[in-house]
Design a protein around this ligand. Structure first.
Ligand code: F0G
Length: 364
């Protein structure tokens, strides 16, 4: 069954979405019905204020994957997972999520004409993500438990019932997400020295490494980066070496105590001679504010863990290194944290609607 696109589609110029852009690197055929929202092709933005804080003449870029269609990197994996589910005749998909996967699964499943069941930890999903899942038309089941429990449930449900699991244990998710690494190399002309990335369920670090290795094998890059993974200190099972029963962090996206891709992520870190490092909530929020107020880049708290991590281990950065930090999600996903932790004391309310009153407060 092939998706019927409107006839004007084939005449469009520009970015076609990542399945078309990277077709030869992905497990698709002419028969695969491509479900796309033209995800991918996100900017790699220089961040000079961050680079200054690191010093040593480094170059630092952020891969701003919050600019994907549903506001997170999940769309890279979801376009492929949903296209392959549709190819296999699936009528429904299911995922556990701290929020972004649910938003992405909902959008792509509905575009592909499927039901989307999403299981989320009640009370621990950022407002924007919940709003998305609801509006996209997902069937939202909020459990009195955390992400790790939700993931166990959806694995079981997908085993027993005719629904396709679209968490990153679905191999097509990682295949799609590896295109983030392709884009970094395509833009820089080679792999960076370091790739700094937040780690939750550990799928994205695994996918990026797959992408760099595949590009290296085909001669698209000459070297491989060190994979530098950062976990929230209250949810750092890989750093500690054992699962965390009750993970806690302000970065709700990575509030995960038993990551599904644990071994693969450790293999990537070891093969690349990288590292896993914890960052505290305060360090995450500091980087979150710095990115917004110094660089004009608004990401969600979990994403800022990559920059917080870089700043934390800056003494280990080689002079002149080229570093990419992945910003996985958009800041508008989590307006509550933004308002609560902006530390902006220049928000003046209740002002008389006159030029005099306004000018006075402006200091004129
Ligand atoms: N950053 C954001 C914004 C995320 O939403 C996630 C994961 C991560 C980083 C970590 O990526 O799991 O591949 O190591 N969010 C998942 C979700 C768990 O359900 O949306 P990871």
């Amino acid at each position: 069954m092939t998706l019927i696109l409107p006839p004007y589609q084939s005449k469009l110029q520009g970015w076609p979405g990542l399945i078309e852009a990277y077709r030869s690197y992905l497990p698709v055929t002419e028969e695969t019905p491509v479900v796309t929202l033209q995800e991918g092709n996100t900017p790699l933005i220089p961040v000079p204020a961050i680079a200054n804080q690191v010093g040593r003449q480094v170059e630092v870029f952020v891969k701003y994957d919050g600019l994907n269609p549903t506001g997170s990197f999940k769309d890279r994996g979801m376009t492929l997972a949903i296209s392959k589910a549709k190819e296999a005749g699936a009528k429904a998909v299911i995922c556990a999520s701290t929020g972004n996967t649910s938003a992405s699964a909902a959008a792509y499943a509905r575009r592909g004409g499927m039901r989307a069941f999403v299981i989320i930890p009640d009370g621990y999903v950022a407002l924007g993500k919940l709003a998305q899942a609801l509006l996209y038309g997902a069937e939202v089941l909020a459990i009195k438990g955390n992400f790790d429990q939700a993931l166990e449930i959806v694995r079981d449900v997908a085993d027993k019932y005719p629904v396709t699991l679209v968490n990153s244990v679905n191999p097509y998710r990682l295949e799609g997400q590896k295109t983030g690494a392709f884009e970094v190399v395509d833009t820089l002309g080679d792999a960076p020295d370091w790739l700094c990335i937040p780690v939750g369920n550990a799928g994205n670090i695994t996918a990026y490494w797959m992408g760099f290795c595949q590009y290296h094998k085909t001669g698209k890059c000459d070297r491989l980066p060190k994979m530098m993974g950062f976990q929230a200190a209250g949810a750092a099972p890989i750093v500690q070496g054992y699962p965390v029963a009750n993970p806690e962090t302000v970065a709700s996206a990575i509030r995960i105590g038993n990551p599904a891709s644990w071994e693969k992520a450790v293999a990537a870190q070891e093969a690349s001679q990288g590292n896993f490092t914890p960052v505290t909530d305060e360090e995450i929020l500091e980087a979150y504010r710095l990115l917004a107020s110094s660089e004009g880049i608004f990401c969600e708290p979990a994403s800022a863990a990559s920059v917080a991590g870089l700043l934390k281990v800056k003494d280990q950065v080689p002079t002149g290194a080229r570093i990419v930090c992945v910003l996985t999600g958009h800041g508008l996903k989590d307006p509550d944290v933004a308002i609560k932790h902006s530390h902006n004391n220049q928000f003046c309310q209740g002002i008389e609607p006159t030029i005099e009153a306004v000018a006075k407060i402006m200091g004129f």
